[in-house]
Design a protein around this ligand. Structure first.
Ligand code: ZN
Length: 474
């Protein structure tokens, strides 16, 4: 495999990783509507490429169990989830107030099967997190996930439920600290907002900033309260190329890994940062994009790879196929194998496409300023007394579980200290925060509360087999 020159001393990049890949054959059938740039069909195209490149036999291929209402309600408001479950293209005309309230209708249209689409992509990301938590694989992949704009009570930017937040909440059951890295061209606002006040999740987003959706992600936005310096934003301009991108990605992420020392990493691999994207304006090659995956992988920390944006769908499929190869440690032939979507890839029928000659508006000077600023934030964190991390406690030892057994409604309940029933409940608007120390080992009942509009996360180190079930069947 090509080294890419980014192996780290801390990594053992030549070592094979055990990879789990989550895919639902139905996902390509969901359709946002005529002219809408978001096309779930790209996930099916990616899968076809994986199959014909012979990658599927090198990883565990799993069909995720759809996320249940109560799973979605671990982050989302129950009235929003109920709305998503009930709304149909036929009934939406009678629900205009609700549509407006939940920002559904334009960028985020109502389409046939909308709710099962949400259940499918969220189910894959949560199942990936469970798989990593169980030690069943080193890398878990869900290309249908990564919908980073969804908010607690609101759809946004083609995203309805935030599978990333749900997956991170799952990882936090086992890991004291989780790192989220976002290389979509758009700011990862929904994930940042969810964890803005906690020091247990660090979010790092690289994105186009300035007169661009969603408008957030200023370099000065760094988190709040206990979460100060645990949200990082890397604002970029049009035309950024591989070299410029890596001149920020590697030093920043290298420092983050050193200082934050996450127990697990979630990498959102939005492919709208590729050159030639229908909505994007960056100039990354597939190799340049995949270098982020390669670099992240080199740390040998449990890694969840998710999809995200990506609107020139032939390039999205190319990119996520190549990145699956990177995860597996396999280099792929540039000559594409024949397959059912072969005609999308003409006239060259190659895996890689050349970046364009567009101007790179990111000057060396500006890049250096951004890099220095972020490394400065990170050194503040490094020297803060509150982050003299102890070694993280060992992961929960899990009893053997039967993957075929449905865990029904016995999943971990974030509101277990409250009355419980099977329906999801609204989170209290203000939850009293109980103190939690990073590195504490007796944290079975520790709870951390995050003020509205954010969320409550809880660590659960207790040995509850039903909580840890793989929500998968193959
Ligand atoms: Zn995007």
């Amino acid at each position: 495999m090509e080294s890419g020159g980014n192996s780290l001393p801390s990594g053992r990049d030549g070592v094979k990783r055990k990879v789990s890949y989550f895919y639902d054959p139905e996902v390509g059938n969901y359709y946002y509507g005529q002219g809408h740039p978001m096309k779930p069909h790209r996930i099916r195209m990616t899968h076809a490429l994986l199959a014909h490149y012979g990658l599927l036999q090198h990883m565990q291929v799993l069909k995720p169990t759809p996320a249940k209402d109560r799973d979605l309600c671990k982050f989302h408001a129950d009235d929003y989830v109920s709305f998503l479950r009930a709304i149909t293209p036929e009934t939406q005309q009678d629900q205009l107030r609700q549509l407006k309230r939940f920002n559904v209708g334009e960028d985020c249209p109502v389409f046939d099967g909308l709710y099962s689409f949400c259940q499918t992509y969220a189910g894959g990301s949560v199942a990936g997190a469970v798989k990593l938590n169980q030690g069943g694989s080193d890398i878990a992949i869900n290309w249908s996930g990564g919908l980073h704009h969804a908010k607690k009570c609101e759809a946004s930017g083609f995203c309805y439920v935030n599978d990333i937040v749900l997956a991170i909440l799952e990882l936090l059951k086992v890991h004291e600290r989780v790192l989220y890295v976002d290389i979509d061209i758009h700011h990862g606002d929904g994930v940042e907002e969810a964890f803005y006040t906690t020091d247990r999740v660090m979010t790092v987003s690289f994105h186009k900033f300035g007169d661009y959706f969603p408008g957030t992600g200023d370099i000065r936005d760094i988190g709040y309260g206990k979460g100060k310096y645990y949200s990082l934003n890397v604002p970029l301009d049009d035309g950024i190329d591989d070299e410029s991108y890596q001149s920020l990605f590697r030093p920043i992420i290298g420092k983050v890994m050193e200082v934050f020392r996450p127990g697990a990493v979630v990498l959102q691999c939005g492919a709208d940062s590729l050159s030639g994207d229908r909505l994007g304006c960056f100039n990354l090659s597939i190799k340049g994009h995949a270098d982020c995956v390669r670099f992240m992988r080199s740390f040998n920390v449990p890694l969840l790879l998710l999809g995200g944006g990506g609107y020139t769908i032939r390039n999205v499929a190319r990119c996520w196929c190549y990145e699956t190869g990177v995860a597996l440690g396999m280099e792929l032939d540039d000559k594409m194998p024949q397959h059912e979507y072969y005609e999308y890839f003409g006239p060259e029928y190659n895996l890689h496409v050349a970046p364009s000659n567009m101007e790179n508006k990111n000057s060396r000077h500006l890049l250096e300023e951004i890099r220095a600023k972020l490394l400065d934030y990170l050194s503040t964190l490094q020297h803060a007394p509150s982050v003299q991390f102890q070694e993280r406690p060992p992961d929960t030892e899990l009893p053997d579980v039967d993957e075929d057994q449905d865990d029904g409604d016995k999943r971990w309940d974030p509101d277990s200290d409250m009355e419980s029933d099977d329906d999801c409940k609204p989170l209290p608007s203000q939850v009293k925060r109980e103190h939690i120390e990073p590195g504490r080992t007796d944290s079975a009942t520790n709870m951390m509360a995050i003020d509205e509009p954010r969320i409550k996360v809880e660590q659960n180190n207790s040995n509850k087999p039903s909580d840890q079930h793989a929500e998968t069947n193959s």
